[in-house]
Design a protein around this ligand. Structure first.
Ligand code: XMP
Length: 534
């Protein structure tokens, strides 16, 4: 196994991710564990190497050091950014603060003579230097190598951008190999864990399930857990994992706000109650939601109302469940499908030190209000790892690889006032669109158009237009189809779906959904348009 000591960088978990991608088991622990702890940790002989992460702070702002034992275990150590600086300082080198921050893309001259960087380069200079395209983010820098170290990499503004003591197998890099902007980053980290540390690449998702199950059991003991199931990927995978760990000690509450996709509620119940035999309570609150939304047209007000009602309904259900078994210890935990990007966004990264960027709806609030402890078994995982875990837990591929669906559901896909009639029409149109996307294969990739786009849905426009059907004139509603491709949902391009596909979808919607006589395709990119229409 590999030990990653976290000095509070926003991207520490990316190091873990890269190590896991190399199929090597690793754990992230805070940098302030004691030397005694480290020695204990290594006592079983499984520890093959240590990685010291970066930090958002400067060595002059904080006095975080690696526990000295790290350098006495005889295993390889890789320091990244702050991790390299503290390594330099602790082993007798010198670090200097610098008024200019180097931030972003940089090209690093790599000396190919170290085991870490040998034969790894993006291109070569005429003089034969291997060059690496990397991502840097630092102010301080190492200005004097510690005894025993040699120079491994440099840039014009950072003469010591990498250092190595190959006898002790200690390496430091000033740049961040864990981020994808560092083109060879993955190769460098793989080289470190597999070749230099000699860790075995035998870690797979199935092992993660066992570890996670054991951790949940240890955390929860004989107490009971409540989970809000939305039908989305994260809460579904969390539910399946926790159910695997503690079975009937888990109760899921599925709040149906009446703004779900066609048959979604039934599918969720069928999956969790039917196939997994989990305890799931379905709360049909659609009347309440529609009542409270009547007459409301402003998108933000709609969102607020839906969010508030959701919390109210969930809380009421939780209170009922807590009161239901007065004799037993009752429900003590609230489980959430928080994943690592949520943790980074909300600034709640495990390290107490990462800085807050923005607060997120998934994290915080409810557990305190309900007097429950928080259980978040997915908080170290990235979305694609969550999906892989879901499949390994036996959830259907289609469910796990679904497009994202917003919390307010169809509430933000019906423009203006939400009415049941509109929701019913939209659900059917949307289902036809999704069905055709799933069944149409793009020949070059062999993938379905559903898998080729990042998100696709229909939007209901409460305007009527004239049409002709048979011998009669129609005067009916319009739907817009939206399909986008994006990697991060911050920017997105509209998808160039084949005309034949659009044609089929349009004619099916108009023929099969009485009440809709016109279909349009949204050809706006984000920005300036957003993905959702509201
Ligand atoms: P926009 O429309 O802002 O959407 O381009 C970006 C992504 O966020 C989703 N989205 C939401 N998700 N609650 C959510 O849980 C919301 O209120 C909400 N609004 C947008 C949207 O579906 C897209 O994936």
């Amino acid at each position: 196994k590999i030990l990653i000591l976290d000095f509070g960088s926003q991207v520490t978990q990316l190091i873990a991710r890269r190590v896991r991608e190399a199929h090597v088991y690793c754990e992230v622990h805070p940098c302030d564990v004691s030397s005694e702890w480290v020695r204990q940790y290594a006592a079983d002989g499984r520890l093959k190497g240590v990685i010291l992460s970066g930090s958002h702070a400067s060595v002059y702002e904080v006095d975080d050091r690696a526990p000295d034992a790290v350098f006495e275990l005889g295993v390889p150590v890789l320091g990244i950014c702050y991790g390299m600086q503290t390594m330099a300082q602790q082993l007798g080198g010198r670090v200097e603060g610098s008024p200019v921050r180097e931030f972003g893309y940089a090209e690093v001259r790599a000396r190919g003579h170290t085991a870490l960087l040998k034969d790894i380069a993006d291109f070569h200079t005429p003089e034969g230097y291997g060059m690496l395209k990397v991502w840097m983010s630092h102010g301080d820098k190492v200005v004097e190598l510690p005894p025993g170290f040699k120079l491994m990499a440099s840039t014009d503004s950072c003469p010591i951008a990498g250092m190595a003591d190959e006898t002790r197998r200690f390496y430091g890099v000033q740049f961040h190999p864990e981020v994808t902007h560092t083109v060879q980053g993955r190769a460098i980290l793989e080289r470190f864990v597999l070749e230099i540390c000699g860790a075995r690449p035998d870690w797979i998702m199935r092992d993660h399930i066992e570890e996670a199950v054991a951790a949940i059991r240890a955390q929860v003991g004989d107490e009971e857990v409540l989970l809000g199931l939305s039908g989305g990927v994260d809460s579904s995978v969390a539910a399946a994992l926790i159910h695997r760990a503690i079975g009937d000690q888990l109760t899921c509450v599925f709040v149906d706000h009446g703004l779900l996709r066609l048959h979604e509620g039934d599918m969720v119940m069928d999956m969790f109650a039917g196939k997994l035999h989990a305890r799931v309570i379905r709360v049909d609150a659609s009347d309440l939601f529609l009542r409270e939304l009547a007459g409301v047209t402003d998108p933000e007000r709609k969102r607020k109302i839906i969010g508030r009602l959701f919390v109210d309904v969930f809380k009421a259900e939780a209170e009922k469940l807590k009161a239901a078994r007065p004799g037993s210890k009752g429900i003590q935990w609230l489980a959430q499908g928080t994943i690592y990007p949520d943790v980074i966004e909300s600034g709640g990264a495990k390290s107490k030190k990462a800085v807050t960027i923005k607060s997120h709806h998934n994290v915080g609030g409810l557990p305190e209000q309900l007097g429950l402890k928080l259980l978040e078994p997915l908080r170290d995982l990235f979305k694609d790892e969550v999906r892989e875990l879901g499949v390994a837990l036996g959830l259907p591929h289609d469910m796990v690889y679904r497009h994202p669906f917003p919390g307010p559901g169809l509430g933000v896909r019906i423009l203006g006032e939400v009415k049941k009639e509109y929701a019913d029409l939209l659900r059917r149109a949307d289902a036809i669109f999704i069905e055709e996307l799933r069944s149409t294969i793009e020949p070059n990739s062999g993938k379905s158009w559903y898998d080729l786009v990042s998100q696709a849905f229909a939007v209901f426009l409460p305007v009527k237009s004239v049409g002709v059907m048979g011998d009669g004139r129609t005067y009916d509603y319009v739907v817009a189809l939206r399909a986008v491709q994006t990697s991060d949902f911050m920017t997105a391009d509209w998808a160039e779906l084949p005309y034949s596909l659009l044609k089929r979808v349009s004619s099916r919607i108009i023929n099969e959904v009485r009440g809709i006589n016109r279909v349009t395709y949204d050809v706006s990119s984000k920005p300036p348009a957003t993905i959702e229409w509201e």
